[in-house]
Design a protein around this ligand. Structure first.
Ligand code: VG1
Ligand code: CO
Length: 544
């Protein structure tokens, strides 16, 4: 059994990894050889599978189990010596990152389209993480894409499915398949970082009430094991905790629009003191205090300012944020006297900074926060960080945030997404904007004067690589800023993201309505980019 066989195939167009792996409609992924071609391109790019070890798992969405079986056969056909698989095929993105690092594998494949919906008519995705546990850098994803364009076959074996539901070791040909508990190693890592005793005594029955919305996605089993079983939060603290292939028909994106059930609960009469939600693959987080959610940009700043209260973070070497993320964390870094790096959108750009010991914490405005404990953003980690701070300060989340603003000022921030717009229209909008950049400095738009306008490019300080075309920035007086970029994770048409921020120091103006405060900037965005004029859209689809 299990002699390697070669299956002939021909290249598919468009197997280009985006911000976070390859994401396509399930139907596209279901074409014969489609998944296999991409996986073979990954294996070829890392120099073949001979003797290598791999972590494999996914967020449980439609197609997860079948894809895992096919990849196991391919790994065997390519000569891998071992694949470590999460039980039931389940691994959250941060848990996969943890396993790659802990067991020193040569990398991992994560089957997920993250916050994109799942089901036969929705999305599937696959992401390769390198041996450091982090998303493959651009140099590797570009090589994978190049390889998909010339591929003419892949290696596999003819063998029956492996039982994914029993924690056990078995052999597929000569390759060891190790099915492990999806949660245990990850939970142990988190326990080593936070004051679990302090959090447990806060969460005990009858005390501090919280809710965690797993949105029928991958974090359900993780949140139950950690919050309810280990930390003693009452049963029912985790809502929507059963992972489903279609995420219960919802959109597993933790924001005010898609986590509406949790938001409503938090606004109710007997609202819990703290609420949180995570996304499809468990790397995003939204945290809410009574009376409102905490913007992820502010969340990163608060975690940084309070890190000394958390056992695993007594000393920070530095911090980083993606370019469109507000500069709230920059102010804290300056106060602490530590460096703050600005990277392009996507977690892959933080990896080098962490590997080089330059940063401890990092985050993105898109509900992603994390640290050097793994090489991915980590939803539950962020929730535990908040709980640890709340327990240490014995103050509610909202009060901690308000005190933060009093000390550092507030960076009002919003993101407006225009989804599913015609790809050509989106490209021409961005082209027109980019062309106008050299003429913008000094121009008055409404009451605002443009100070600088450019397209963001990043020079990685560790390996010297340069990433261009990472978003258009228009900065006005007093640091008010607009950023425009096109999403690299969507699967139909184009998504235009408009990011908008303005800093406020006046202590009497720190609790105003964000959209109202930013209205003049949003008007300037319209007159500079002509979103309504070019796309016919009068309002964004999602506001965060
Ligand atoms: C989006 C976010 C980005 C995030 C990426 C992957 O990318 O903006 O900050 O890193 O998703 O997150 P884009 O290109 O669509 O703006 V996840 O949780 O979808 O893996
Ligand atoms: Co995600």
């Amino acid at each position: 059994m299990a002699n390697s066989i070669r299956v002939a195939s021909a290249p598919f167009d468009g197997q280009k990894p985006g911000t976070s792996g390859l994401r396509k409609k399930v139907r596209e992924f279901m074409q014969p050889h489609y998944l296999e071609n991409f996986v073979q391109a990954v294996f070829d790019t890392i120099g073949g599978g001979q003797g290598k070890r791999l972590v494999l798992g996914g967020d449980g969405r439609f197609g997860n189990r079948q894809a895992i079986q096919r990849i196991l056969r391919m790994a065997c056909g390519n000569g891998f010596s071992e694949v470590i698989v999460g039980q039931g095929g389940i691994l959250s993105t941060p848990a996969a990152s943890c396993l790659i690092r802990k067991y020193g594998t040569d990398g991992g494949l994560i089957l997920s389209a993250s916050h994109n919906p799942g089901g036969p008519d929705e999305d599937f995705g696959i992401k390769f993480n390198s041996a450091n546990g982090g998303p493959a850098p651009e140099s590797i994803t570009a090589e994978i894409h190049r390889r998909t364009m010339s591929i003419d076959g892949y290696m596999t074996v003819d063998a029956p499915d492996i039982d994914l539901d029993e924690v056990a070791e078995s052999l597929l040909g000569e390759m060891r398949v190790t099915v492990i508990d999806s949660v245990a190693d990850y939970a142990a890592l988190l326990e080593s970082l936070f004051d679990f005793d302090a959090i447990a005594s806060m969460l005990g029955p009858g005390r501090f009430k919280m809710r965690f919305d797993a949105m029928h996605a991958v974090t359900g089993p993780y949140a139950r094991a950690i919050l309810e079983e280990r930390l003693g939060a009452p049963e029912g603290t985790v809502m929507n905790g059963e992972p489903r292939e279609d995420f219960g028909g919802g959109h597993p994106d933790p924001n005010l629009t898609h986590a509406a059930e949790l938001v409503e609960l938090m606004n109710g009469d007997e609202s819990p003191a703290f609420g949180a939600a995570s996304d499809g693959d468990g790397d995003r987080n939204m945290v809410l205090g009574r009376g409102g959610y905490i913007n992820p940009c502010d969340s990163l700043a608060v975690l940084t300012a309070n890190a000394h209260l958390v056992p695993g973070y007594a000393r920070l070497s530095g911090v980083a944020r993606s370019m469109p993320t507000s500069r709230a964390v920059d102010r804290v870094a300056e106060h602490l006297g530590i460096p703050c790096y600005e990277t392009p959108t996507g977690w892959k750009y933080f990896g080098n900074l962490m590997d080089d010991g330059r940063i401890t914490l990092c985050g993105e405005e898109s509900f992603g926060t994390g640290s050097n404990h793994v090489r991915e953003k980590d939803g539950l980690w962020a929730v535990l960080f908040w709980l640890n701070i709340i327990a240490a300060r014995t103050q509610p989340a909202g009060a901690i945030l308000r005190e933060h603003w009093q000390q550092y000022g507030r960076d009002y921030f919003t993101r407006h997404d225009y989804e599913g717009i015609d790809a050509e229209v989106a490209t021409s909008l961005m082209d027109q904007l980019t062309t106008s950049l050299p003429t913008l400095a000094g121009r008055t738009v409404g009451d605002l004067v443009v100070e600088t306008a450019d397209e963001f490019a990043y020079d990685d300080p560790v390996d010297g690589s340069r990433s261009e075309g990472q978003g258009v920035r228009i900065v006005f007086e007093h640091g008010r800023r607009l950023v425009f970029r096109l999403s690299g994770t969507g699967t139909s048409g184009a998504t235009l993201r408009l990011y908008c921020e303005s800093y406020e120091r006046d202590p009497t103006k720190l609790e105003l309505d964000t959209q109202r405060v930013l209205a003049p900037l949003l008007e300037a965005a319209e007159s500079l980019a002509g979103i309504a004029r070019l796309t016919g859209r009068v309002a964004p689809d999602v506001i965060t």
